[in-house]
Design a protein around this ligand. Structure first.
Ligand SMILES: Nc1ncnc2c1ncn2[C@@H]1O[C@H](COP(=O)(O)OP(=O)(O)OP(=O)(O)O)[C@@H](O)[C@H]1O
Ligand SMILES: O=c1[nH]c(=O)c2[nH+]cn([C@@H]3O[C@H](COP(=O)(O)O)[C@@H](O)[C@H]3O)c2[nH]1
Ligand SMILES: NC(=O)CC[C@H](N)C(=O)O
Ligand SMILES: [Mg+2]
Length: 517
């Protein structure tokens, strides 16, 4: 069966929550994609959606130039659900009235169900439902043929439905957890109106993806894949290996910026256990040489990015006839390029091995480009990737170089590597590993005075950084138990010669970032 047969189209008007809509839909077992708000009729036809969801957005439908959808959305004959801006747009385009009112609502609200149909099918008339509101504009009059099916103190049309067609609008956000029964509303829309079966699963995905990889690569094509031991590239490698066997060549770059035992772990798992063809390139010396004397964070990142590319190019040349490069690109990366987003500034140059394809004239294979991180984890489990790999905390491409502030030398890398190993061990020991987003050590270019065994010391300072986060975009410093902090501090000062002081970073993001560089 073609599991892509039942697709939901999400048009993104720029809401912070658009990705959440997609995740909720996927969680319900339905495949969906996010596209730009003004996707033209022809492309909508080609997509052949079973239903269309219009997201929220920061603009006001009353403002000149605010985003619109193709009118075909309402003529396609498929169910439509407008959320917030989506509802306002629907009202405006179909002949209702929207006002930039004094009725702003931001935060929790209660909606009374007036009619238990459409998204409220699983509710009862008179139910009072907790929802999250976040709007400044308000629908003042519904278009002809529509009626209110829910109201709140502030919005007489908090939920609206056409009287005979499956077209709905919600002023609140069903996709966020602050609308606890929001999933039931989306479920009713998807299964009741769009009549999907909910058969999008990772088992089905594996078969389809294997087939797609083989088609793309052809009968004899060969693929190289940068394997970092992180979740994304590990899962991509296993999937490619299933599809291609020995026609896949993985390349693991030991850049000298890895954590303790990382190289051995990756080799043991992929070579010994999964029998994946893997070539480890020992590039430690050349990375360190290029980094010598460099202290500026952005310079470090750029140097490392360039060196990765150089190493890769050389390795690729050695792989006879490799015509394809595999990357662990995920759906959030893809969305970045299709969404309706304003300009943003560069805080740090995040790098992976992007930029490679053009320069190497390799064609790209990106088997995970439709998946979210949590789906990649499910897929990893399905492919037999052990739990300790599936649940791994993210580790940045530039590695320990951006956790050694100041100059990166072999000696200083070794200090942070040993401190980091202690952090990893103690965080796991305390059962906290999966509760924190990341926990790691940072070495400062700061020395301070201490006393050890009655002797004066003048040694380095180590920072313990631990944060909780949902997606890495914002983060809070983790409230680690004092006993854990104490054990980590004692062990680092005792076991890592050269460190006499450990401090705990209590900054959130923003205003700080997770990494120190
Ligand atoms: N040491 C390395 N050797 C080879 N390729 C690497 C290395 N480090 C990074 N890469 C490549 O860069 C890509 C991006 O790295 P990134 O850290 O974003 O993803 P990941 O390591 O696969 O997963 P995670 O985000 O869970 O760490 C990887 O998918 C991999 O292809
Ligand atoms: O693959 C990566 N390449 C990079 O260059 C990079 N820089 C930061 N990170 C990770 O991204 C998340 C957010 O980090 P910051 O708050 O420090 O920007 C955190 O999870 C960081 O570990 C990187 N990941
Ligand atoms: N969250 C939204 O979609 C908000 C829609 C619109 N910008 C408003 O303020 O009413
Ligand atoms: Mg990584």
């Amino acid at each position: 069966m073609d599991i892509h047969a039942e697709k939901i189209l999400i048009l993104d008007f720029g809401s912070q929550y658009t990705q959440l809509i997609a995740r909720r839909v996927r969680e319900l077992g339905v495949y969906c994609e996010i596209h730009r708000p003004d996707l033209p009729e022809e492309q909508i036809r080609r997509f052949a959606p079973r239903g269309i969801i219009l997201s929220g957005g920061p603009a006001s439908v009353e403002t000149e130039g605010s985003p619109r959808c193709d009118p075909y959305v309402f003529q396609a004959g498929v169910p439509v659900l407008g959320i917030c801006y989506g509802l306002q747009l629907l009202a405006k385009l179909l002949g209702g009235k929207v006002d930039r009112s004094a009725h702003r609502e931001y935060g929790p609200a209660e909606v009374e169900v007036l009619a238990a149909r459409g998204p409220f099918t699983e509710f009862t008339q008179g139910d009072r439902v907790k929802v999250l509101m976040s709007h400044g504009d308000r629908v003042e009059a519904l278009p002809p043929g529509f009626e209110a099916i829910g109201r709140s103190g502030n919005s007489p049309f908090a939920a609206a439905a056409h009287t005979s067609k499956p077209v709905y609008g919600l002023q609140f956000h069903p996709e966020v957890v602050h609308t606890p029964r929001g999933k039931e509303m989306l479920r009713a829309f998807l299964f009741g109106d769009c009549k999907v079966s909910g058969s999008w699963t990772m088992k089905g995905f594996i078969q389809e993806a294997e087939e797609a990889i083989r088609q793309k690569v052809g009968e004899h094509g060969r693929v190289i894949c940068g394997l970092s031991g992180g979740v994304d590239s590990s899962v991509a490698a296993l999937l490619l290996h299933r599809a291609l066997g020995p026609r896949l060549q993985c390349i693991f770059v030991d850049n000298g910026l890895l954590r303790q035992g990382e190289r051995a772990q990756v080799e043991a798992l992929f070579v010994d256990r999964f029998h994946v063809p893997l070539k480890t390139v020992d590039a430690r010396a050349r990375f360190l040489e290029k980094l010598a004397g460099v202290t500026d964070p952005e310079k470090k990142r750029k140097i490392i990015g360039r060196e990765f590319i150089a190493v890769f190019e050389e390795a690729a040349r050695e792989v006879h006839d490799a015509g394809f490069l595999a990357q662990g690109t995920l759906y959030p990366d893809v969305i970045e390029s299709v969404s309706y987003k304003g300009p943003s500034v560069t805080i740090k140059s995040h790098h992976n091995v992007g930029g490679l394809p053009e320069q190497m004239k390799l064609k790209l294979v990106e088997p995970l480009r439709e998946l979210f991180k949590d789906e990649v984890r499910v897929l990893g489990r399905e492919l037999g990737l052990p739990e300790e790999m599936v649940g791994r905390q993210p580790f940045p491409g530039p590695g320990l170089a951006i956790r050694v502030l100041g100059e990166v030398t072999e000696a200083r890398l070794e200090l942070v590597r040993r401190a980091d190993a202690i952090v990893q061990e103690e965080i796991r020991q305390a059962g906290l590993y999966s509760q924190v987003w990341q926990a790691f050590a940072v070495l400062l270019p700061v020395q301070s005075v201490g006393v050890m065994g009655d002797e004066r010391t003048y040694e380095s300072t180590c920072v313990l950084r631990a944060v909780t986060s949902v997606d890495g975009m914002t983060a809070e410093w983790a409230r680690l138990p004092f006993e854990v902090l104490e054990r980590i501090s004692t062990r680092i000062t005792n076991e890592v010669r050269g460190v006499n002081r450990v401090v705990y970073d209590i900054s959130s993001k923003p205003p700080a970032t997770i990494e120190w560089e």
